[in-house]
Write a protein that binds this ligand. Structure first.
Ligand code: SAM
Length: 214
């Protein structure tokens, strides 16, 4: 096994131990995704530390433990229709793409979406549909979704996203202040929605009509 693969496996194992995760399928998926390619080459040596890192346009690639916690809580099932808001580097996108024949991902910054698309295509992903735009409004034309994941922090849960959930669907979204938030899990249940607070987190702001102002 080469040094990069070993470093990646060790990081994922450490995250699983620290977080007490039991999701072997997700562990195997995260062990395959080459995070060092999703950051600038100058930061590649730090890619297998469990930290968030800067990417272009003053945005960040999420911390691997947060990606693991969110994906585990999202609990995607094979074949689910998934919407991701905040493509960023495309790292979380690559992980979600293992679960679904069609993954929809929205990013407001065109240059990030373009870079992520180029890399993900190079890595062989053919099941991802990309959009540049305001994801705080969701992506109405493909709704409803079984799973929606938002990787930027909103002041409140956008109604538009809730309404784009299928019956029995689940939305994960950091909600609260501009600097720090709580991770909310919103389930669409018969006749309404149920919300669970999964604890504190820190994300860059979700900027848009149903998010924060610039
Ligand atoms: N999951 C990403 C990754 O693994 O690299 C990290 C995403 S980063 C923490 C949050 C992203 O959300 C940024 O790229 C930011 O531009 C994007 N974003 C913020 N507001 C948005 C909006 N209204 N619609 C779509 N993307 C948005």
């Amino acid at each position: 096994m080469d040094a990069v693969t070993t470093a990646r496996r060790m990081m994922v194992e450490a995250v699983w131990k620290r977080q007490g995760l039991r999701n072997e399928e997700l562990q195997a998926v995260m062990e395959t995704v080459p995070r060092h390619l999703f950051v600038d080459s100058a930061l590649a040596a730090k890619a297998y530390q469990d930290i968030s890192l800067p990417i272009a346009a003053e945005q960040t690639i999420s911390q691997p433990s947060m990606v693991a916690i969110m994906t585990n809580a999202l609990a995607p099932r094979k074949g689910d229709k998934i919407l991701e808001i905040g493509t960023g580097s495309g790292y979380q996108t690559a992980i979600l793409a293992h679960y679904t024949p069609r993954l929809y991902t929205v990013e407001r910054i065109a240059a990030l979406s373009k870079r992520a698309q180029g890399l993900l295509e190079q890595l062989g992903f053919r099941n991802i549909i990309y959009k540049t735009g305001d994801g705080s409004l969701g992506w109405e034309s493909w709704a409803p979704y079984d799973r929606i994941i938002v990787t930027a922090g909103a002041p409140v849960v956008p109604d538009k996203l809730k309404l784009q959930l299928a019956e029995g669907g689940r939305l994960l979204i950091p909600t609260g202040g501009r600097e720090s938030q709580n991770l909310l899990c919103v389930d669409r249940v018969a006749g309404g929605f149920r919300e669970d607070d999964l604890g504190e987190c820190r994300f860059v702001p979700l900027l848009g009509k149903e998010g924060w102002e610039k």
